[in-house]
Design a protein around this ligand. Structure first.
Ligand code: ATP
Ligand code: MG
Length: 740
């Protein structure tokens, strides 16, 4: 988004002249004119790294150093690849085709199609999604005698993926490493999994890089062919490359007897993907890996005003692990506005205020297209989506799916629909085999046939087939459990209301357990989203009202074309820029995330701080940070502590505002925020839907979202009996209990 494709970058340079160089500062120019030999551009946010890369692409073509297809250009997202392609097309005066320009995965997929036979695949191999991967892996694991409670399939898949990120084929996994996982069976499982994939003529995402790297390693002829082809290599966001990507680059760039014409641009302060195996150390090793490397530093930031830069620089200075760079404003206009830090009373007000502020900015002449709301975690988007819909502000979700369209949310909504309307066949079909209950397409067909012949809903037909023992065995038992869960939930719905009922249904149906057992990187986010969904439920009087509301929000459709505000995660905003940036949720436990706090240690915290730095430096003119004094957790409110990052922002670049709203204050106090005189803030919060179910001890004090505080009087693995004052003893599932 840094520049519109029709910008002036190339418009005056259609093949002749060097006017495109005139728009660069001397350091940027040097980075472009040192065309041959390895080059690292190490520079802070907004200093024109991406612009250097794009201009370099142009320069190589305009000076006839290479043909368009002889340049290998790696971008971090498909969107960035598209932008670069458009600029190059503009330059060439016709659509650029055959360019080797894209993400690591896209480029590798293309190479692998050409050489698939070297690894035993054919060029029409399929790329599996996570579901397929897991299904396959479970079949592989079955004959191995491993403790699947400790080592569930998604966990093993995670281990395999990390090995792949590091370029380790099964042969390269060492004994000592193997012994760390799944009782020492993981490497054997990995090997069997890889063999099975080949039999299926399939590969997973990680294989794209791994196979190609392996081919380049073992087939010198293929390696030489690509080394001859790619006369220049360009890499954006180098700080976020992982080991296998790095190996791949080296195999292509290090040509015998010739300089490595590789140009990488990056910023160690923006390294935010270590959880996916990215190695910021790759930047530090550049000079050693590519002998004769030049290093260019860019110090002028052209994106942000002086205050925005000052705030970001002050924040990132709190990290110890950094190379240290100078960054000064290259913008000649005034200092601009200070960064605004707004404290609001609660998370609802936060969404409301951000919307109102966006509308005000729009009235002041800013286009919505130049505004973004950047959140730490996906679950935060729901509140904003709803407020945006309510106020009729057009928005788009970037790099993600709208909240109510996410798979886990649609699943949970399907459970609720069946609860509220047993005849909802579509919803029932969705939940019938989610989680897996052994109901294949044939089984579902049978149910449909029975339903049709008796003219009853699917749920009724299911009950009949169960009663008549047509549906029996293991599948029958599992489906019976679902039916039972629905029945008990209906009782709870009548007695205790929709929030508790839905919690119960998600738990008793095994749906939550499915995600809790899932150790893929997306699983915690999905659990957060489910928690957020339950939170939203509490805003409505009945389940029916809630479902109607959701239907209305989902219907709000996007008219392509008009300007809209972008809503996305901080991770997704890398490399982008906007005039106005809203940064909500700067509270301990949200940002930095609870997981980082739970893990302890400095490195996670430093990564969160880099993410905050990325957030602030996306803004050109206005950056506004929000924190709420209370955030809703289910039906209750919980006090939050402002993020430590707020204290780290230098005062001279920041204006701090507290929203003082007496009526809300009063309401806070009447809620159960204070228990026994001590504010809840002091207590470490437990995430009720976190991966592991906590174990509870007799006599332990707990809190339930509905019943309040109580004491455990008996406990087994998933259930506990809790005595609540005035309410007696209740038999409850542990997932929704919070330890006190
Ligand atoms: P990030 O680290 O966030 O990826 P970056 O270093 O890649 O940032 P760019 O996106 O290339 O920075 O540039 C930031 C902004 O500054 C863009 O709008 C770009 O067009 C502008 N810019 C870059 N160099 C110059 C220059 N020499 N003169 C004027 N504007 C410039
Ligand atoms: Mg960039």
């Amino acid at each position: 988004m840094s520049e519109h494709p029709s910008s002036a970058l190339f418009s005056s340079s259609s093949g002749q002249g060097e006017s495109y160089l005139a728009r660069l500062n001397p350091e940027q120019r040097a980075a472009i004119e040192t065309t041959d030999g390895p080059l690292l551009v190490l520079a802070g946010a907004g200093t024109g790294k991406t612009r250097v890369l794009t201009t370099r692409f142009a320069h190589i073509l305009l000076t006839n150093r290479a043909k368009p297809w002889q340049i290998l250009a790696v971008t971090f997202t498909n969107k960035a690849a598209k932008e670069m392609r458009e600029r190059v097309s503009l330059l060439l005066g016709n659509p650029a085709e055959g360019l080797w320009l894209g993400t690591f995965h896209a480029l590798c997929a293309r190479m692998l199609r050409r050489h698939a036979d070297y690894v035993g695949l054919t060029s029409s191999f399929t790329i599996l999604d996570t579901d397929d991967q897991l299904r396959l892996l479970k079949q592989i694991i079955a004959p191995f005698q491993i403790d699947t409670k400790r080592w569930p399939a998604p966990g093993i898949l995670g281990v395999i993926q990390r090995w792949k990120d590091r370029g380790l084929t099964p042969e390269r996994v060492t004994d000592s490493e193997d012994s760390d996982f799944a009782d020492g069976h993981c490497r054997a499982i990995y090997r069997a999994y890889q063999e099975r994939l080949i039999q299926l003529n399939a590969c997973d995402f990680g294989d794209l890089m791994l196979h190609v790297t392996e081919i380049l390693r073992t087939r010198p002829d293929v390696q030489a062919q690509y080394q001859r082809l790619f006369r220049y290599i360009l890499v954006d966001e180098y700080q976020d490359t992982n080991t296998v990507q790095y190996l791949w680059l080296r195999l292509l760039a290090l040509r015998p007897g010739e300089p490595a014409n590789i140009c990488c641009v990056g910023d160690d302060d923006q390294s935010i993907y270590s959880w996916r195996g990215a190695q910021v150390g790759n930047i530090l090793r550049f000079e050693k890996d590519f002998p004769g490397a030049h290093i260019v530093r860019l110090e002028r930031n052209y994106r942000s005003t002086r205050h925005i830069l000052g705030a970001a620089a002050g924040l990132i200075a709190h990290n110890d692990e950094r190379l240290g760079k100078t960054l000064r404003s290259g913008r000649e206009d005034s200092d601009g506005e200070k960064v605004l830090v707004v404290g609001v009373s609660d998370s609802d007000h936060e969404a409301r205020d951000v919307c109102a502020m966006a509308e005000k900015m729009q009235r002041d002449g800013h286009s919505l297209a130049e505004m973004a709301i950047l959140v730490r975690a996906g679950f935060q988007t729901r509140a904003f989506e709803e407020k945006l819909v309510q106020s009729g502000v057009p928005y788009r979700i970037v790099g993600g799916v709208r909240f109510y369209e996410r798979a886990e949310i649609r699943d949970a909504l399907a459970y609720m629909r069946v609860l509220s309307q047993p005849a909802d066949d579509l919803a029932f079909e969705r939940i019938l085999n989610t989680p897996k209950r052994g109901m294949g397409p044939a089984g579902v067909q049978k149910l449909h046939a029975a339903a049709r012949s008796h003219q009853v809903p699917l749920t009724t037909a299911t009950r009949t087939l169960l009663a008549e023992k047509v549906l029996k065995g293991k599948v029958g038992d599992q489906v019976q459990e679902l039916v039972n869960a629905l029945d008990t939930t209906r009782d709870i719905l009548a007695r205790e209301g929709h929030v508790v009922a839905v919690e119960h249904l998600l738990e008793a149906s095994g749906y939550l357990a499915m995600w809790q057992a899932d150790t893929s990187p997306e699983a915690p986010g999905r659990l957060e989203n489910l928690k957020e969904l339950v939170r939203a439920l509490a805003d409505f009087g009945t389940l029916g009202e809630f479902l109607e509301h959701v239907a209305l929000v989902m219907e709000h459709d996007e008219n392509a074309g008009d300007a809209r505000i972008s809503l996305m995660t901080l991770h997704g905003a890398k490399g982008l820029e906007f005039d106005v940036v809203f940064l909500p949720g700067w509270e301990e436990g949200v940002f930095p995330s609870q997981r980082t706090l739970d893990e302890g240690g400095n490195s996670g915290l430093e990564e969160e701080r880099r993410l905050a730095y990325v957030g602030i430096t996306r803004a050109r003119k206005h950056a506004m940070i929000f924190h709420a004094a209370r955030r809703r957790v289910y039906a209750n409110w919980q006090d939050s502590i402002p993020s430590r990052f707020l204290d780290e922002l230098p005062d001279e670049h920041v204006i701090r505002q507290e929203e003082r709203d007496a009526s809300h204050r009063a309401r806070h106090l009447s809620d159960s925020v204070f228990v026994g005189g001590a504010p809840l803030v002091a207590r470490r919060r437990r995430d009720p839907l976190a991966g592991n179910t906590p174990s509870f001890q007799l006599g332990e004090r707990v809190r339930h979202p509905r019943f309040g505080e109580g004491i455990i009087v008996s406990a087994d693995h998933h259930h506990v009996d809790v005595a609540f004052e005035g309410l007696g003893i209740k038999h409850l599932l542990t997932s929704f209990l919070e330890k006190l």
